[in-house]
Design a protein around this ligand. Structure first.
Ligand code: G3H
Length: 533
């Protein structure tokens, strides 16, 4: 691949990326009135993608219920194929044959050729943007604004990954000379990847592993999350048109039924999974040769916010509220426990509770809505109620009006105070709208807490004495993958390494990190030519 070609493609990519945001319209719909929703079940998916073909499915279907209140009798909005073991084995066979031990057309193609295919896919994603955004909102209850952000961030992530792929390819031309050897090091594909994303960012987190895997020449079987399946249906045609036969395969159905045979086949080389540590262990445990399964994982987290006595509460409260309750707290990066210096705890709690009371609770299409129905419905609500009841029985109070009240799948956030280490909410990951606040004598108590957690993802430190913050940050950086000073925990910007220790994550995801994770270094070496030669 010539440098000139890279530069041309790169310049074109950069120009396209600059246009992306300005061109995008806002998705506007009110589901109860939208034409397609006047039918009872508007989203019936009866097809699947395998071996380069979109096949019709006439077998059993899995019903999809929306968590939203559409004002209709049934919450079922459609269904998708309940594929089984036979189709699962076809999927992995298809991906494995397309890879062909590295001899397949896709792993043998140049980085520029793969970038061209992925760019074609990313550009055509905008044709189905409105449909996918609506489906994200209908399936997982995300506000339309957040669903749009998820979609656009994903397209940008893919395009930036394309640019980075070209940069990596250019770097592989660098000649290293040492000890009588001259060599170049290129990054090559690993094999067949099973990609499984989470319900909270069904599009973004699935594609943030899947597209880098494809860019590096791997082939893929992708299984959409349990909630957030139908949004991939409009993308099946784009996969088929953009990639060679067998390179992308998409399986739907009961996780245990379809994923077990795929893993037991021994043909998965890389597991890219974002979800709970328990499910990751079950999935990976089914591989017959675990020593050669590479795992790239995003798992649990219980990120604390630590509020020092000198914190500027005017600046801190909005960030702490956003960090705790964006998408109803259903984010791995959400702030899930607040340690507040006892001297300011009263004021912090009062101001936090009042800010939470100002958050609009409603359906995703309502203007300015911040808290929307919970994707996992009644089972999740029962779990959150249990956590609250446990805390209240041990001395905590709900500090905000209406906190913890339930209306359909809407759960008004509950600010709990004072929380102690005896309560379940102290250690259990709520992954939902509960904000537990712990008064502490010294912010240093948070460091012991971080060390005691099974998760080492992130922490946020809020205060004005930069020296104190940095001191604690130096210690905390040994325990977690990111320390945020006067800011909420978060994944972005996507060029930063997103990682974690212990049961939080394995591997690093970022624009470059993902490309490196889904490839291995391969060396081309020869003896250095001496002057006599
Ligand atoms: O659920 C985990 C997500 O990666 C969080 O991403 O911090 O950008 O919302 P975010």
């Amino acid at each position: 691949m010539s440098t000139l070609l890279n530069d041309e493609v790169g310049t074109q990519l950069q120009a396209e990326m600059a246009l992306v945001k300005s061109e995008l319209p806002h998705v506007d719909f009110e589901p109860a009135k939208a034409t397609e929703l006047e039918q009872d079940r508007p989203f019936e998916q009866k097809r699947y993608l395998v071996d380069g073909e979109i096949r019709e499915w006439t077998g059993a279907q899995v019903d999809v219920e929306t968590p939203l209140d559409l004002g209709r009798e049934s919450d079922v909005i459609g269904s998708y194929p309940a594929l089984g073991k036979k189709e699962a084995l076809e999927m992995i066979e298809s991906a494995s044959s397309a890879y062909q031990c590295g001899l397949g057309a896709w792993p043998q193609s140049t980085p520029s050729e793969r970038v061209a295919a992925v760019m074609n896919f990313a550009n055509s994603m905008n044709d189905v943007r409105e449909e996918v955004v609506k489906r994200i909102s209908l399936e997982v209850g995300k506000s339309l604004a957040d669903a749009e952000t998820e979609f656009d961030r994903t397209v940008e992530y893919i395009k930036r990954s394309c640019l980075e792929t070209l940069t990596l390819a250019n770097e592989s031309g660098e000649v290293i000379e040492e000890g009588g050897v001259q060599a170049t090091v290129s990054r090559e594909s690993i094999g067949t990847v099973l990609c499984m994303g989470p319900f909270n960012y069904p599009l973004n987190e699935t594609f943030a592993t899947m597209l880098p895997a494809l860019l590096m020449g791997n082939t893929v079987v992708m299984k959409p999350p349990k909630k957030g399946v139908l949004l991939f249906d409009p993308l099946l045609d784009l996969f088929k048109e953009s990639f060679p036969k067998g390179v992308v395969n998409v399986i739907t159905g009961d996780g245990q039924e379809v994923i077990t045979p795929i893993m037991e086949s021994g043909k998965v080389d890389v597991l890219a999974f974002i979800g709970t540590p328990q499910v990751a262990d079950i999935v990976a445990g089914n591989h017959p040769e675990p020593h050669r399964l590479k795992k790239i994982l995003g798992l649990g987290a219980k990120n604390p916010a630590v509020i020092f006595s000198d914190a500027d509460l005017d600046a801190t409260i909005p960030k702490a509220v956003k960090g705790s309750l964006s998408f109803n707290g259903q984010r791995c990066t959400a702030l899930k426990l607040h340690f507040v210096d006892r001297h300011i705890a009263g004021e912090y709690v009062e101001r936090f509770a009042s800010a939470v009371e100002g958050l609009k609770v409603g359906q995703p299409w309502e203007d300015g809505v911040k808290i929307t129905p919970l994707a996992e419905g009644p089972a999740k609500i029962a779990f959150l109620r249990e956590l609250i009841e446990d805390a209240v029985s041990k001395g905590a109070q709900i500090m905000n009006e209406e906190g913890g009240t339930v209306n359909g799948n809407l759960f008004t956030p509950a600010v709990l105070y004072p929380v102690t280490s005896e309560m379940r909410i102290f250690k259990e990951e709520q992954f939902g709208p509960i904000v537990p606040i712990v008064p502490v004598n010294s912010p240093g108590e948070a460091v012991d807490y971080l060390a005691s957690l099974p998760y080492g993802q992130q922490v946020s430190l809020f205060g004005q004495d930069e020296r104190r913050l940095r001191n604690m940050a130096l210690t905390a950086q040994k325990l977690v993958g990111r320390v945020n000073l006067n800011d909420e925990c978060k994944r972005g910007p996507d060029i930063l390494p997103f990682t974690g220790k212990r049961s939080a994550a394995m591997g690093t995801l970022s624009i470059r990190g993902a490309l490196e994770e889904f490839s291995i270094e391969s060396v081309l070496a020869m003896p250095t030519k001496s002057k006599e030669d």
